[in-house]
Design a protein around this ligand. Structure first.
Ligand code: 5AD
Ligand code: SF4
Length: 420
């Protein structure tokens, strides 16, 4: 979502204010830092990076702090780093061309509604495009700061999404990537009267766009994974067969403390349903270890889910207490050493699972959409089910689909040769 927010800001600045993007910040007139606040570390990093930018920037250059940390720290950023010119929160990015002219502006209203704002267009890739389908989040997971930085959930009107997708496809992109904190809750609330469709119906409508070949999305919430949604996912050939299913914990007790709204059994049941009708689908997840009160048995439940599901990719984190969240006040903190040890154990089990899975891919053929030039004359892309695959090749392959046979296995990338 931050990447898309950055694209929106770049679009507004280049189209309306004649800015251009450059690589060397010491020559820049404007430095924007788009921040995350989901865990504590990036917040610390912000202030150290700001100091570095301030030292080396052109004297006249402005620095703007944007994104979720801007939302939750607001004025405090100007106090701690007085050389910052403005603070622009997530969900306020459409104001970027205004704050440029208001020294020390702080625009962090999390109820600001830009769900129907007609952003100018900038795309970092010509081959695929991100599309926001909702902003904010209505859930109240006890560990999560996002509802406090991105506000209540508002869906983007269907006609805007369809038009954006058609524009993208007309400009040559063959893949779209739908974004929202909670995509499969799409359509519950709009900022004005709009045609109400749910996420499954949105997927159906998008897949009618003729030249569009691939639809991806993130993140769906396991709680909203009803049969209708999973069946559409499995049967619609344009929907890429990779599903992100943020588990967070495998323990029903911890899930309850996290207010996730589902149990271990529900999660496993949804995975089973998915695997039974889309066996080729890959599944990725997010996991938090050492949430307050997580016992050895609770953690064992998480490992158990890992062994049962055999995720294709996990994003795993140690719990990080965040301000303005319910869990911030929980007292049964897990010891730091135990947390580190659990994270290591989780990741090494996952590595074993991935290595075993990947070795079974040798000789398989995948249809790859090439989108990135790598070092050493490699060109990389993704299979429909989101496996990153590279072949020797040059830029003529960019934006092309090819069948690739896997010849070499790695943990994060597979290598192959084109067969058709
Ligand atoms: N501590 C650790 N990880 C967190 N996440 C969200 N909040 C926290 C937190 N307080 C993780 C969740 C989420 C992902 C984007 O970040 O796993 O799915
Ligand atoms: Fe945070 Fe939960 Fe919303 Fe995801 S669903 S953004 S974890 S509150």
């Amino acid at each position: 979502m931050n990447s898309r927010d950055s694209e929106h800001m770049i679009a507004e600045l280049t189209e309306k204010e004649n800015y251009e993007v450059i690589d060397d910040f010491t020559k820049a007139d404007l430095i924007l830092i788009n921040t995350c606040s989901v865990r504590e570390k990036p917040v610390h990093k912000l202030f150290s990076e700001l100091g570095g930018f301030n030292k080396k920037k052109k004297p006249s250059a402005k620095i703007g702090v944007c994104g979720c940390t801007a939302s939750h720290l607001g004025e405090e950023i100007l106090k701690r780093a007085p050389y910052v010119s403005f603070v622009l929160g997530a969900r306020n990015v459409s104001k970027i061309t205004q704050v440029l002219y208001k020294d020390k502006a702080v625009e962090v209203d999390i109820n600001y509604d830009e769900s129907a704002f007609a952003f100018k267009d900038f795309r970092s890739s010509p081959y695929k495009g991100f599309i926001n389908i909702s902003i904010g989040c209505d859930k109240s997971c006890t560990f999560c700061i996002v509802p406090k930085t991105r506000g209540d959930e508002v869906s983007i009107p269907l006609d805007l999404i369809l038009k954006e997708a058609s524009r993208l496809v007309d400009s040559g992109a063959k893949e779209i990537f739908l974004l929202g904190q909670n995509v499969n809750n799409y359509g519950r609330r709009f900022s004005a009267e709009h045609e109400k469709v749910n996420f499954t119906e949105l997927l159906r409508r998008l897949s009618k766009i003729e030249k569009l070949q691939r639809i991806r999305f993130t993140s769906p919430h396991p709680f909203h994974m009803d049969d209708e949604f999973i069946e559409e996912f499995a049967s619609n050939p344009k929907i890429c067969k990779s599903m992100h299913m943020p588990l967070q914990s495998g323990s029903t007790k911890v899930l309850k403390d996290m207010k996730r709204g589902y149990t271990k059994e529900w999660f496993l049941n949804r995975v089973e349903k998915l695997k039974s009708i889309a066996p080729e689908a890959t599944i990725s997840t997010d996991i938090i270890v050492a949430f307050p009160g997580e016992s050895d048995e609770d953690f064992e439940d998480t490992l158990d889910v890992l062994r049962k599901v055999k995720f294709d990719q996990i994003f795993s984190f140690k719990y990080s207490p965040r301000p303005e969240t319910e869990a911030e006040h929980f007292t049964n903190i897990v010891d730091e050493d135990v947390a580190s040890q659990r994270l290591t154990q989780l990741q090494s089990l996952n590595n074993e699972i991935i290595d075993e899975k990947h070795s079974s891919y040798l000789g398989n053929v995948y249809n790859v959409y090439f989108e990135e030039l790598n070092r050493d004359n490699y060109i990389a892309g993704r299979s429909d089910n989101n496996i990153v695959i590279r072949v020797k090749g040059s830029e003529e392959l960019l934006g092309q689909f090819r069948d690739v046979k896997i010849t070499e296995i790695g943990r994060t990338i597979l290598t192959g040769e084109i067969v058709a």
